[in-house]
Ligand binder design. Structure first.
Ligand SMILES: C[S@@+](CC[C@H](N)C(=O)[O-])C[C@H]1O[C@@H](n2cnc3c(N)ncnc32)[C@H](O)[C@@H]1O
Length: 181
């Protein structure tokens, strides 16, 4: 009995390490969103059918799946935690959109986001600061960048939600990020 509980505890700690500690160490913690918030984000981003919606640090993939299912987008996400990658792939299959949702297991800092029409970020200031400005060189000039909860430092948003939790940036509107061009 004691061994069972020890194994159970160790297993739990490993899962916790994978789902919480690892992401914190590499970029941003996990914080699942309510379905209403997911739809609000996608409507705010004005995702159009056929557009490629990209989520850096996609978690369990629910934003991607909703983008594909309800907004007819192609969706691609990268996630560092293998457990969440598995969940996201399962979820896409369950919802019948696995042909339009691609989940890449990996580090967002090594990920190529050049296919994105909409780049969605729900990260931390530290992670965003690590991504920018390098990521700008890899993005389409027409890309829309939507950040939830964290504004991009030094960059003027095109649009901000009334509750100031969503920020949309468009590079082809002449916006520059501080000295980043
Ligand atoms: C706040 S959650 C956002 C999840 C999802 N994008 C959403 O909006 O529901 C941040 C996610 O980023 C993942 N993450 C953290 N650092 C990462 C990295 N370096 N590469 C890929 N994913 C990372 C975490 O595992 C976590 O699932």
């Amino acid at each position: 009995m004691f061994e069972f509980y020890t194994l159970f505890l160790l297993g739990g700690l490993l899962v916790l390490a994978g789902m919480v500690i690892l992401p914190v160490f590499f970029g941003a913690p996990w914080h699942p969103l309510l379905p209403g918030t997911i739809r609000r984000i996608l409507r705010f981003a004005d995702v159009q059918p056929g557009e490629t919606f990209c989520d850096l640090g996609c978690g369990e993939g629910r934003v991607l799946v909703t983008a594909a299912k309800e907004f007819s987008a192609r969706a691609i996400g990268v996630e560092i935690d293998p457990l969440k990658v598995m969940l996201a792939r399962m979820f896409a299959r369950m919802k019948g959109v696995d042909d339009r949702v691609q989940i890449v297991r990996g580090n967002m800092f090594d990920f190529d986001p050049s296919s994105a029409d909409v780049l969605y970020l729900y990260l931390t200031h530290q992670a965003v600061d690590r991504l920018f400005p390098e990521i700008l060189k890899k993005l389409k000039p027409s890309v829309k960048i939507v950040s939830y909860r964290f504004c991009l430092r030094g960059m003027t948003p095109e649009k901000v939600s009334a509750d100031k939790t969503l920020f949309l940036y468009q590079l082809d509107k002449g916006n520059k990020i501080n000295n980043y061009t």
